[in-house]
Design a protein around this ligand. Structure first.
Ligand code: FES
Length: 157
């Protein structure tokens, strides 16, 4: 073996390391490009907002805020918007705040629930009584526990 062969082998090793590093860098670059595409295409499974008992806390309103008959507010829970109110008889109710016409947010207005987008009106049962909404609002069973309000998954109501 001559010195030139030894030098060539050392040069080959350096070239291999360089090409190996370049390959790793290329794979990292390709991964960086493809990951957003994967995230866009991969199905996302929404988290169930209800616990094992089928209930979820109401956010934005407490029982004391709507203690009197005829009081109500827009509120929310992890899965969407609500209208929570007491009927004139004092019964606690919760309806989805998503209008069944085009999905606008409805608003409690004492004796009825109104949608300002196209003039839809619902009664306190959630039934569509005027305007374009094609069906009633989803009704949730609502309960008070320790001053907080909870709604239940509609199929467990
Ligand atoms: S979205 Fe409510 S009436 Fe059209």
């Amino acid at each position: 073996m001559t010195d030139s062969n030894t030098t060539r082998r050392e040069g080959d090793g350096g070239r291999r390391r360089f090409l190996g590093g370049l390959g790793l860098l290329s794979m990292a670059w390709a991964g960086g490009l493809l990951y957003p595409v994967y995230r866009y295409l991969a199905p996302t499974i929404p988290k169930d907002p209800f616990d094992a008992e089928g209930k979820a806390p109401v956010e934005g309103v407490k029982a004391e805020d709507i203690a009197q008959p005829g009081q109500g507010r827009n509120a929310g829970f992890a899965g969407g918007g609500l209208v929570v109110f007491r009927t004139p008889e004092g019964e606690l109710r919760a309806l989805s705040s998503k209008c069944t016409h085009a999905g606008c947010n409805v608003e409690f207005q004492g004796g009825s629930i109104h949608c300002h987008c196209h003039g839809g009106v619902y009664d306190l049962e959630g039934k569509n009584v005027s305007g374009p909404p094609p069906k009633p609002l989803t009704r949730y069973r609502v309960a008070e526990q320790g001053g907080l309000l909870y709604v239940y998954r509609p199929d467990k109501a």
